[in-house]
Design a protein around this ligand. Structure first.
Ligand SMILES: [Zn+2]
Length: 80
């Protein structure tokens, strides 16, 4: 899938398939979602929960003082 979906409910850039899954994950977190999609079980929920945690950790890292410092140092390092 190459087309991208942008939806106010979705704080990430996804392809259509992933956007659909993400929205469904949020629905299921709130006790909704289509129960006929039996493969979206606890293990599937765990995949999304860990992915979201991973993305949040990346965001914290990129906004951290140490990462900002690294970028500054790289900017001030003459390249060959
Ligand atoms: Zn995707």
């Amino acid at each position: 899938m190459s087309s991208e979906v942008q939806d106010r409910r979705i704080p990430y850039r996804f392809c259509e398939d992933c956007a659909e899954e993400f929205v469904d994950y949020i629905e299921r977190m709130q006790g909704r979602g289509d129960q006929e999609l039996y493969w979206r079980d606890e293990a599937w929920m765990e995949v999304w929960a860990t992915w979201i945690n991973h993305r949040a950790a990346l965001d914290r890292h990129f906004r951290s003082k140490s990462f900002t410092r690294l970028l500054e140092e790289l900017k001030n390092t003459p390249s060959d």
